[in-house]
Design a protein around this ligand. Structure first.
Ligand SMILES: Nc1ncnc2c1ncn2[C@@H]1O[C@H](COP(=O)(O)OP(=O)(O)OP(=O)(O)O)[C@@H](O)[C@H]1O
Ligand SMILES: O=C(O)[C@H](O)COP(=O)(O)O
Length: 394
């Protein structure tokens, strides 16, 4: 990496604004997967041991510039305290005089977590004033939020214009491992894209079509493609205004010789719950009152075959609503195929995909579990991540 890291600077006695990605899955106010918090610990511990005053900043969810009570970082602070064994001070704001006063009370090695930075409209707009307000809290900026490095926001990019800016250990490790896989990828190279953030992910496919040999589409994303083939999708997740784009991807895949795999059968349900009535239907027979929540057994077999014949697989986004056992089969089948494919280098990206692999106890069978979802995808597409670009060169 040609960017400076925490090892290149002296942080003793300095206030370090450390951007982390604590955008973790939550349920009923509790953190349900702590992978991203654990992943940030080496940098936090190091800064603390070096005598820095560690001010952590993160987003959680998409509160769209407003305070959303359920998206406060209090539960995250508690989890961090438990995992790090350090007292973690939590502020209810992310900048300003009250925060400054709390930072002034921190001892060397102390750790403080700011409130969700996305409670402020300026964060996602990369507002220079907000970036300056963040910078005013600290002497040094450390970016360890690989998962948010594809966003040019005030706490991931703007702040780096004001104070010395370096990478944390997690950021370094992610760039190194993913960079190795990407430069000269082993082939066949397969991308598996699923999940629910259709708008985010559909654009990524455009670039991947120039890189990979196989694309597997699953999860909520699949229905926009099923619609593009001219089939009705009932009540399934659908991004109507992306149907034409999906169509064009199918054409491009043909032109470029990329094998494009979509579900051939679907588990549909009459309700979004474990107790729903379900049936397995082919993609041209989704009943109008039902919604597709998982891929069916035939699709799973096809996907497993492609995976086992690949040398490099990147996987982002679950194949179905894996949180509900009734719709976890497709995601589990993909995870198992990856676990069994000994000759395949597997890169898992995305909070939910990582959580799924954990849930099936297969995490240690994967080659690399990235803490980045969209970030790992954009990196693998070959894009320069703004959060990385903004850091000081070596
Ligand atoms: N068919 C479907 N209908 C509705 N939701 C689905 C469907 N399939 C999967 N999902 C949901 O998609 C969610 C995950 O989507 P998401 O795009 O956030 O993936 P991710 O792996 O977390 O990636 P990222 O970190 O980039 O967000 C899960 O909560 C899952 O229940
Ligand atoms: O979960 C992620 O991929 C990162 O935390 C970024 O979140 P975002 O997609 O809401 O920007």
């Amino acid at each position: 990496m040609n960017k400076q890291s925490v090892k290149d600077i002296d942080v003793k006695g300095k206030v370090v604004f450390c951007r982390v990605d604590f955008n973790v899955p939550m349920k009923d106010g509790q953190v349900t997967d702590e992978t991203r918090i654990r992943a940030a610990l080496p940098t936090i511990q190091y800064l603390s041991e070096q005598g820095a005053k560690v001010v952590l900043a993160s987003h959680l969810g998409r509160p769209k510039g407003q305070v959303v009570e359920e998206l406060r970082l209090n539960a995250v602070a508690e989890k961090l305290q438990e995992l790090s064994g350090k007292n973690v001070v939590k502020t209810d704001e992310a900048y300003g005089d009250t925060v400054k006063a709390e930072i002034a009370k921190l001892e060397e090695g102390g750790v403080l977590l700011l409130e969700n930075v996305r409670f402020y409209p300026g964060e996602e707009k990369n507002d220079p004033e907000l970036a300056k307000a963040f910078a005013d809290l600290a002497d040094v900026y450390v970016n360890d939020a690989f998962g948010a490095a594809h966003r040019a926001h005030a706490s991931t990019e703007g702040i780096a214009k004001h104070i010395p800016a370096v990478a944390g250990f997690l950021m370094e490790k992610e760039l190194e491992v993913l960079g190795k896989a990407l430069n000269n990828p082993e082939r066949p190279f397969t991308a598996i894209i699923g999940g629910a953030k259709v708008k985010d992910k559909i654009g990524v496919i455009d670039n991947l079509l120039n890189k990979v040999d196989n694309i597997i589409i699953g999860g909520g994303l699949a229905y926009t493609f099923i619609k593009a083939l001219g089939h009705d999708v009932g009540k399934s997740l659908l991004e109507e205004d992306k149907v034409d784009l999906a169509k064009s991807f199918l054409d491009q895949a043909k032109e470029k010789g990329v094998n494009f795999y979509m579900p051939v059968d679907i588990v549909v349900a009459d309700d979004f719950s474990n107790d729903a009535n379900t049936q397995i239907v082919s993609i041209d027979s989704i009943p109008s009152d039902w919604e597709g929540l998982d891929c069916g057994p035939k699709s799973r077999e096809i996907y497993a075959d492609v995976i086992k014949n690949s040398k490099l697989v990147i996987w982002n986004g679950p194949m179905g609503v894996f949180e509900l056992d009734a719709f976890a089969g497709g995601t589990k089948a993909v995870a198992e195929a990856l676990a069994e494919a000994n000759d395949t280098y597997s890169v898992i990206g995305g909070g939910d995909s990582a959580a799924a692999v954990e849930k099936f106890n297969l995490a240690d069978k994967m080659s690399h579990i990235s803490t980045g979802g969209g970030a790992s995808l954009e990196f693998m597409e070959g894009k320069v991540l703004p959060g990385v670009l903004a850091l000081n060169d070596k």
